[in-house]
Design a protein around this ligand. Sequence first.
Ligand code: BES
Ligand code: ZN
Length: 884
Amino acid sequence: MDIASRPAEPEQNLQTADAAPAPQAPPVIRREDYLPPAWLVPEIALDFALGLDATTVVSKLSVRRNPDGNGTPTLRLNGDQLAPVAVHVDGEAVNDWRMDGPDLLIELAGEAHEVSVETALVPSGNSQLMGLYASNGMLCTQCEAEGFRRITFFPDRPDVLSTYSVRMAGDRAVFPILLANGNCTAQGESEDGTHWAEWHDPWPKPSYLFALVAGELIANHATFTTMSGRKVDLNVWVRPGDEGRTQHAVDSLIASMKWDEETFGREYDLDLFNIVAVSDFNMGAMENKGLNVFNTRYVLADPDTATDADYDAVEGVIGHEYFHNWSGNRITCRDWFQLSLKEGFTVLRDQLFSADMGSEPVKRIEDVRILRIAQFPEDSGPLAHPIRPDSYQEISNFYTATVYNKGAEVIRMMRTMAGEERFRKGTDLYFERHDGTAATCEDFVTAIEDGAGLDLSQFRLWYSQAGTPQVSVALQQEGARLVLTLRQAVPTTPGQPEKQPMPIPLRVALFDRATGTHGGETLIVLTKAEDRFVFENAPADPVLSINRGFSAPVAIEMLRPDADLVFLAAHDDDPFARYEAMQSLVVQHLVAAVGGGLDEGARAQGREAIGAAFGAIVTDPALDDLMRGELMLLPAESYLAEQLLVSDPGAIHAEREGLKAWLGKALAADLEALHDRVSAVPYGREAAARGARKVKTQALVYIAAGNPAEGARRGLAQYQGAQSMTDRQGALMVLASLDCPEREEALADFLARYEGNALVIDKWFSLQAGSLHPRVLAHIKTLSAHPEFRMSNPNRVRALYMAAAMNPVAFHDPGGEGYRMIGDLIRRLDPINPQTAARFVPSLGRWRRVEPQRAALMRAELERIAAEANLSRDVREQVTKSLG
Ligand code: BES
Ligand code: ZN
């Protein structure tokens, strides 16, 4: 690898002249303290002299006193590790500015002024990847949430909207392409080998949506004609050599633009839409106005290097960032407590989009699985917070599964209660009422209420109360009537000891055991702590199907006879409910087994019931393979742990693996026949071929669990015959967990075959770190010293260590080695990239829910981190709350 393409070295950040030492207890920012800005900035002009090692920025702000502000003459411009090189007010150099910590304060006498500040940046020394930084030889920016203040001094808050004009100049050889938000208004050459470009964005926007990119890039260009007939130029920009892997991104963008017109009536509002892929990026992607910046991971895809899941992720993230153009950019957030206003709503929009592009039930099942794996543990742990938090220390820590995924579920409930058409009236009213402004979650709910004609007064509790409601269910025959009794309890969470009942919309159906049908689904809304729902014409002794489609993000508590679950898994006409019945059947069994509540007879009986249902799924000719693939998944270990107050991760793992192996043995013939059938399907992007690939690896997983030698044989054959990354990665995943020569052969081949392709090398790291191999911890240690491992690249760090932290065998090693490994990582990564480091803390933060010996080791690791002197605000907040 050449030196120029190496990302910034981590050691130090050279941006600052006078960085203040990080305080031990960062201040708490509270939602109730919101005040409108004292000064507005209707216009800003930025002038960049670009260089990888040195960039200067001159910003000119037209500032105006806010009539709704507090009238202070002090203009506070936020900074972060910046020192002003020069300050001018109304064209005159001034010296009477002062610093307040990182912020620049200037006293202004009049109502309106022009303030100009010059700053000097070192992009190649910016390892945090916030603000302006160098990645792979190019320059790019990331400003959300508070990165703009690392570029220039500015009131860096989302309720200050400005019109941006940007000029940039730089070496033409290093930066042939110069991009910013909006439209390019002028460009030219200078004699000294530099060139320049001017960009103007007509739409006022908050600073977090500013973006600039400069470097050697190639575009896949396309056009889109909007519903009112305007032509829009589209570009997906990548590094030379990657252009052959951009077509799916372009297609996804076009599909998103069309879908938002048809589904939400939203039309694009500029003549140009640029997407740039960068290889060093903290998050997935960013919705900067007219210039989205993406992690390469969510842009590049071709059959040889991207799995079907990667294709879906590209489509979903492109949709998500595009949809922000209305839900986020045209209407932005008043303050960061309102984050779910844009993120929750936009996640719902991307979920609906992906459902429309593919299989709706499969998408729903996937989204619920993510919620249960990522959000339920958050809601029941020390970092629990409402979808609209009340306070934070570091806002980066609040881009959570709660704000995003539960936020989407809360809006989805409104849609379920209103129905699609009335919900659309609500969103239309929201876009009309608040276009061009910085709004609140309250504004959103009121618009849906007014537009859809719902009373959401009690429903607002979903925005303020944390915790996953537990709903217990009882069904009783009372003469001719059937009575459904529901009770809800919202668990206590940090800072919220008392909870009120919330409206919980539940789609229910009562099945007739004899016919396998029901007389129609009803939507009931549980609003009280306890309520009874009477059904007059129910079949005798019916089977209840409840929370169909996962109509509410709650935990249903109901111990059910295996026979009822087997019945629903076979007969329910709601595909989600079928999946759910299968999951419950396995959850009930494994939870009982882990708790020691099953003797050998009961364990055998439980396995037989599961085996019968599972066998029907494996062989049912009426099931499509995409759905079969979902139904064959066992509940995740983290979701099983959620069912228990305190759990032993070793016992959960052993029981779950035991069941997997038992199923593999008991159904060996059916699984091998399935693996043979789908292995004969040729590669294609259509649903049937994708389904075939999905069950191919699923079947292989069970075959290998039941018979490792057969698994190794079939695994190597699948690897060697693979026509796609889906098959190749699936085979390698299975082989990586086996202790066999085929494992080493395939791993070595994979590394050699994909040398130089960073995203695929990420997979190579991640598959090994996620493996169930008995020596996985030693493998991870070796990988951390591999020449291809780099602490400065978030994708690589996540590939190795997030896979390790999610791997129960590695992370929950009884000796505590896994906890130590993640603790060490956090302490080493924090000075380089605090945002990414902080994302690893929650895994250790679950200690209260783990058996005492491991809990003590996890806690000790958190304490070791807490003892560090110069922790970032990001890690400090997460560690302090986790120790709580
Ligand atoms: N606005 C976010 C990106 C972001 C997140 C910026 C956190 C700063 C801090 C973007 O719209 C987003 O949500 N991206 C997601 C992917 C999305 C499909 C959920 C991400 O980056 O993970
Ligand atoms: Zn988003």
